[in-house]
Design a protein around this ligand. Structure first.
Ligand code: NAD
Length: 304
């Protein structure tokens, strides 16, 4: 299968490399030219459990070099989804599929504006990766990937893509109701990311102080109300689940935390900010999420 990864940062490079190792015809597309050059010159270095392997995979910053693609995987940060969706649309033409495994809410809706919704696949992944430098990433975690047609109407194409992922060792399951799955991951990010980004703490520290735990719980409870009002199926144990994830990732800095540490724009508008936007549509107030969003927006607007 000809696969193009749009946004070959930590996650895009990892997925692209694993699929290339399994024999798929993979192109990595990224606007970061130094990273592209390093991959083409010496391969992509992947560090896993202290050992590094080099994977040979084609990378480019020139989309004209790519040509028609069966599957475009969007792995830019959510702030760049508009651009990535336009490129994906050119690459897949009228027959290929576009897959987003990005975090946050709203990515598939943005893709939906330029691509026939019947060819959009969305989902979540429990894989984790960190960018170490040009041509070099750390594979930080492995776990299930769950995907589904954005329209909820199954097509044979998704079964083929699921097979390709599983053959490559990326354990992937297809579901009918992918929106609930995306909400499930969003709720975890709502309870962890902004709080850790604003305070500089690692994920597990949320559980160590009653005030921080209560803040996380309040943000998630507000988001749960919005989800339920939209008819999304959410678990009654969501807050407990968020705390379990914080404990399991106790020593990790969240992705939003890392963005703030590196003075990069965060995905706040697709996470707590998305809860605020959805709540406004429903006419309900979500003061905790509104405050967390405003504070992260303030922080990132004033990086030195
Ligand atoms: P990243 O910042 O490492 O990679 C994003 C890449 O996109 C960068 O290399 C950047 O140069 C590139 N890019 C930006 N604009 C572009 C454009 N217009 N065209 C092409 N490339 C462009 O980010 P990441 O950590 O890989 O995360 C990507 C997405 O996956 C995010 O939504 C994130 O929340 C999600 N995610 C990340 C992890 C993780 O462990 N890192 C895990 C699950 C999901």
């Amino acid at each position: 299968m000809k696969i193009t990864v749009i946004g070959a940062g930590a996650m895009g490079s990892l997925f692209g490399a694993i699929l290339a190792e399994s024999g798929e015809d993979v192109r990595l597309y990224d606007i970061w030219e130094e990273h592209v050059k390093a991959i083409n010159e010496k391969g992509l270095d992947i560090e896993l459990n202290g050992k590094t392997r080099s994977v040979s995979v084609n990378a480019t910053s020139d989309k004209r070099q790519i040509g028609k693609t069966d599957l475009a995987i969007i792995f830019v940060k959510s702030t760049q989804t508009v651009d990535a969706a336009r490129i994906a649309s050119e690459l897949v033409g009228n027959s290929g599929f576009v897959l987003t495994l990005q975090n946050g809410m709203g990515n598939a809706d943005i893709i939906d504006e330029v691509i026939d919704p019947g060819r959009i696949i969305a989902g979540t992944t429990s894989y984790g990766a960190t960018m170490l430098g040009p041509g070099s990433i750390r594979h930080a975690g492995t776990g299930p990937t769950v995907i589904g047609m954005w329209t909820g109407i199954q097509k044979t194409g998704i079964a083929k893509i699921t097979d390709v992922f599983n053959k490559a060792g990326i354990v992937t399951e297809t579901v009918d109701d992918v929106r609930s799955v995306i909400w499930g991951k969003l709720l975890v990010n709502v309870g962890i990311n902004a709080i850790t980004a604003l305070t500089g703490i690692k994920n597990g520290r949320i559980l160590d102080l009653a005030a921080t735990k209560a803040l996380s719980c309040a943000a998630v409870e507000e988001a749960l109300e919005v989800a339920r009002a939209q008819g999304v199926k959410v678990s009654d144990n969501t807050v407990e689940h968020v705390f379990q994830v914080a404990e399991a990732t106790r020593n990790n800095r969240s992705s939003m935390g890392q963005d703030v540490d590196n003075k990069r724009q965060t995905e706040i508008s697709a996470i707590n900010g998305a809860i605020v936007k959805e709540a406004q549509k429903l006419g309900v107030t979500v003061p905790v999420n509104q405050t967390l969003t405003a504070l992260v927006e303030t922080l990132q607007a004033h990086y030195e």
